[in-house]
Structure formats: C-alpha cells, structure tokens
Design a protein around this ligand. Structure first.
Ligand code: PYC
Length: 311
C-alpha cells in the first residue's frame, strides 16, 4: 500500500509519495532517479495516469537525502519520464510537508537529482522556491517545422531542458489548447529528428510558447508542453527558471526585479532572479499550493489496469 498526499500548485497537480515506494538504494539522487526510470517504470507511471492518477499529474517520490541539511530528498516524474527538477512540484511538496507538520514557516533545503533547492514557506500555502542555477545554452535556434513553418527559440536549462519560443506560432489562449499541444509536439519531434539537444546531450523534452499577458499586471502568458504531452496548468517552475536565464542574458530583466508570469489557465507565479556564476541566474519562483487529498493507493494484482491506461 502506498501513502500519498495530493495537492495542486496554481492548478497543476502533484502527488507526493510518502511511503511504499520501491527501494532505490543509497548514493547520489541522480543514480537513484536513473534506477526509478529504468527499473520501476510501471510503478511511477501507474501513480500519475488514470485510473489511479489523473492527467497532468507529477509524482514526487520522497527519498532519504545524502545532504543532512535537507529536510528530504525527492525524485519527480510524469507519465513519460523521470525529470530532473519540478518547480510546481516543489511548491506542492513544501505545502504538503507543512500540512503534515514536518516543516514550519521559514527556509528549508530539499535535495533533488540536479542539486539542492531552497524553499521559503511564507504561510501554509505560499512558497518561494530558489531553484538551481539556470542558464541559456543556445540563442535563436531556427527550425523549419513541417506543417508549422519557421519557429525560432532558445535552448535553456532550469533543472530540465526547454525549447523556449518567445513569439508563439499559435496565440496562447485556452481556446487554442489543442492546437498549442499539437504544434508543441511537432516542434519537439523536429528537435528529436534533427538531434538538437541541450548541453552534454540533454534531452529537450519540454517546449514553451510565450504570448502577451491577458492581465494588466502580467509580464507574459505561457503554454508549457511536458514530456507526457500534458500541458502545465501552472507557468512551470523549471521553465520559468530557464526563461529568466534568457531574459537576463538579453538584459530584458534586471536582477531582483519581479515579474508576474501567467499560465495558460490564467494562474501565475511571481518571478525574479539573482546573478549566479558564469552568467547563470539563481531563480526565485513564488506561487501557492493547496493540499487536496490524503490517500492510500491500493494496487490490486488482479487489476489489468493497475499499471495505468496505455493507448
Ligand atoms: O513546474 O517545473 C515545473 C514542472 C515541470 C513539469 C511540470 N511542471
């Protein structure tokens, strides 16, 4: 039996696995994440897809940290991949740990496979994540995508790899969700077909399109395609980190300056950065999460759909 706590961060769901996960051994979290990805695919997938999970859900498996100054270690995954870091998931995790009485208002460190991040809990729902150092790898990469046309974007890292298109080929509006998703998938397939990668062969499995904000205080609105082809209901913490690195590199945003990033559904994050090493940035992402469910997941050996619906 698995003990989980579900939450949503600005509309994007997170499922924290407290107990009952597979034994991933000890050692660096990056190695344990690799073990989860290769040896326990059915386990992690089943938690975030129907009938046991839900669309867009990201899982957060709690593990023992190697760094004793951290309140926990965590490995994030969606239905298609184990991912390096997750911004909305970390906000959801902090709200979950507060709900369980494991952390209080103040600053706490959390270990992920890509490094230690810091969370500041302002109240039981409001969390600021100070993410790992983020950077732009390539600027103005021009693609000719079949059925879409010319698409120009930056390749940037914020804990995951992103292709960031400032000038969305499709208006970023909820009414265009289906088209945004289809075009995002085509862009990602084009990157794969052309072997266009992040640094050291990093797989670019997230695509972001930007358009004008719909609210007066918004900086811009984004659409984020995740590895499992679901779109992020929040503005994506790691994607926003990667974008901050691009804005900083282009001198379009000063250190310490706040912007409000709208998501596709109209929720949002307050974002800013401080300079990091070698032109990188240290992003801050502030948003709210609400715990929605405490549950025991029962997996029935006789249930043919216990590993999830797979079409
Ligand atoms: O918030 O970083 C994020 C994220 C990644 C995938 C879904 N959300």
């Amino acid at each position: 039996m698995l003990k989980v706590v579900d939450s949503h961060t600005e509309g994007e769901p997170t499922r924290v696995v407290l107990e009952g996960g597979p034994d991933l051994g000890s050692g660096p979290l990056s190695e344990r994440a690799q073990r989860l990805a290769t040896e326990h695919t059915d386990f992690y997938r089943s938690l975030v897809v129907e009938p046991y999970g839900q669309e867009a859900m990201v899982g957060a498996l709690l593990v023992e940290p190697t760094d004793p100054s951290c309140v926990t270690g965590v490995i994030y995954f969606d239905a298609a991949a184990v991912i390096g870091m997750c911004g909305h998931g970390t906000i959801g995790l902090a709200a979950t740990l507060a709900h369980l009485g494991k952390i209080g208002v103040g600053r706490h460190r959390i270990e992920t496979p890509v490094g230690v991040v810091e969370v500041t809990l302002t109240d039981c729902n409001t969390v600021t994540v100070q993410n790992i150092e983020s950077y732009r790898f390539k600027q103005g990469v021009e693609l000719e995508v079949e059925g879409v046309g010319k698409v120009i974007g930056d390749i940037a890292y914020g804990g995951n790899w992103f292709f960031i298109v400032d000038d969305s080929p499709v208006p970023v509006l909820p009414s265009n969700l289906r088209t945004l998703t289809e075009v995002g998938i085509k862009v990602r397939e084009h990157l794969y077909a052309q072997a266009i990668e992040g640094e050291h062969g990093g797989v670019i499995d997230h695509i972001i399109f930007y358009g004008p904000a719909l609210n007066a205080h918004g900086h811009s609105r984004n659409f984020v395609l995740c590895p499992d082809n679901a779109y992020d209901r929040s503005p994506c913490g790691t994607g926003s980190s990667a974008r901050l690195a691009c804005l900083a590199a282009d001198q379009r945003l000063a250190p310490g300056e706040d912007i409000y990033q709208e998501s596709t559904i109209g929720s949002g994050y307050t974002l800013s950065y401080q300079p990091g090493h070698s032109g990188r940035v240290i992003p801050s992402i502030t948003g709210q999460a609400f715990v929605t469910r405490e549950a025991n997941i029962l997996s029935h050996p006789s249930d043919p759909l216990r590993h999830g619906v797979s079409l």
